[in-house]
Design a binder for this molecule. Structure first.
Ligand code: NAP
Length: 405
């Protein structure tokens, strides 16, 4: 097995046949993983004619791991994901009950995968609820490790909540109702800065036009507002030669047109802006809760979560994933839509520098949608015959052959 090597604090070295970890996932996970791996292998073969290939290493997690080991996320699985450095995963059931954390959140925190990255663009042919979905071409960088998702909260009647309410009243004369639960929203300079840094680096590498800092700083000044300030600061201090603020740009648009425009929008305004001025938005950097809402809302503009890819990316480790859940009612029926996982795989190949294979996949998936070769979730809206999950994968592979011959 040839593992991807960590070269520096932020760099990786990818061999020609890297071992890449994969978690099949629960529910529809095995169906869509099987198809995605087949598609990825075909694209790599087609792009590099045998000079590059992926050696897949299955890693167990979720229901399968629980059945085999009594744990949803055994230490051996975490160790193997660490060895692989880069992995891909299907959806995992969030175990219900006291004391359980979402496995996804656990993975993000264990590997410090601080950026949830969601490229959202339109594939012609996909049914969309908006008039001009083709205007959507955005990449959302959502902070993944803090904010209200840090899990610091207490039930309204717990001793901790009582103590905090008492403390706030005693020390700061802040009165909180006796029946209020308490949640804490930490937003730090270090974590905000590294997230915005990653978004700007991506914008530079991919020749994008703007980075919009989305925040609710008009109300939450020292958390959301601080995120915005730190975002501008990192742009100014570390990317001075590449960026310009919106204000500077409006003052002299001609001279700085080649630079990335850094702007900010208040969250509620941003929800309407992405609908009414869609073409003005490109890369988005935002806090955890805003990002959670906004990324699904933008994905809805281009046809929903079934086709949206995602990656959880840290300085070196990264786990790419389908953004939808386990859709248990379709488990094992070979009818789920594997597009999200396939495109997450394409995103993963791009991330390791295998751009040619990634392009081949995106092109072929786009062609399937243009030709209305789709699974039941889309077929029922388009009024066309539905393909099975595996048949959709075959159609993607078929179109790869077509486009490269
Ligand atoms: P879900 O699994 O995403 O499914 C909700 C509905 O979305 C399905 O009933 C189906 O709609 C549609 N759908 C989702 N993915 C699809 C696909 N690939 N192909 C076709 N249709 C698809 O959401 P959920 O029911 O709220 O969550 C189920 C479990 O997944 C929960 O345990 C949750 O915690 C977990 N989850 C995991 C992740 C993750 O691992 N990243 C993310 C979200 C949720 P129709 O019924 O209309 O056909």
């Amino acid at each position: 097995m040839a593992f991807i090597e960590i070269e520096s604090e932020t760099g990786i070295k990818v061999p020609d046949s890297p071992t890449i970890g994969y978690i099949e996932g629960d529910g529809i996970g095995p169906d869509i993983s099987r198809v995605a791996i087949k598609v990825l292998n075909s694209a790599v073969e087609m792009a590099y004619h045998g000079n590059k290939s992926v050696e897949w290493k299955k890693v167990i997690a979720g229901d399968e791991a629980y059945e085999k080991t009594g744990k949803h996320l055994p230490q051996e699985s975490l160790d193997m994901l660490k060895k692989c450095v880069i992995s891909i995963k299907g959806p995992l059931t969030t175990p219900i009950g006291e004391g359980f954390r979402s496995l996804n959140v656990t993975l993000r925190q264990y590997f410090d995968l601080y950026a949830n990255v969601r490229p959202v663009r339109y594939f012609p042919g996909v049914p969309s609820p908006v008039k001009n979905p083709e205007l959507v071409n955005m990449v959302i960088f959502r902070e993944n490790t803090e904010d209200l998702y840090a899990g610091i909260e207490w039930r309204y009647n717990s001793d901790e909540a009582k103590m905090i309410r008492w403390y706030l009243n005693e020390k700061f004369q802040v009165k909180i109702p006796d029946d209020a639960g308490i949640g804490i929203k930490p937003i730090s300079k270090f974590k905000s800065t590294r997230l915005v840094r990653k978004a700007i680096q991506y914008a530079i590498q991919n020749h994008r036009k703007s980075v919009t800092l989305v925040h609710k700083g008009n109300i939450m000044k020292y958390t959301e507002g601080a995120f915005k300030e730190w975002g501008y600061e990192v742009a100014r201090e570390e990317f001075k030669d590449y960026t310009v603020t919106e204000e500077e740009y409006s003052n002299s648009p001609g001279t700085s047109s080649w630079k990335i425009v850094i702007k900010d929008r208040i969250t509620d305004n941003m929800f309407q802006q992405v609908l009414t001025r869609t073409q003005d938005y490109d890369i988005i950097a935002t806090t955890n809760l805003n990002g959670d809402y906004l990324s699904d809302a933008i994905a809805a503009q281009v046809g929903g979560l079934g086709i949206a890819p995602g990656g959880n990316i840290g300085d070196v480790y990264a786990i790419f994933e389908a953004v939808h859940g386990t859709a248990p009612k379709y488990a094992g029926m070979d009818i789920a839509n594997p597009t999200s996982l396939i495109l997450s795989g394409a995103m993963m190949l791009r991330h390791i520098g295998w751009v040619e294979a990634s392009d081949i996949i995106e092109e072929a998936v786009g062609e399937c949608y243009r030709e209305q070769k789709v699974t039941q979730d889309m077929a029922r809206v388009m009024n066309v015959k539905a393909l099975k999950c595996s048949e959709f994968g075959d159609e993607v592979v078929k179109r790869m052959r077509k486009s490269s011959s």
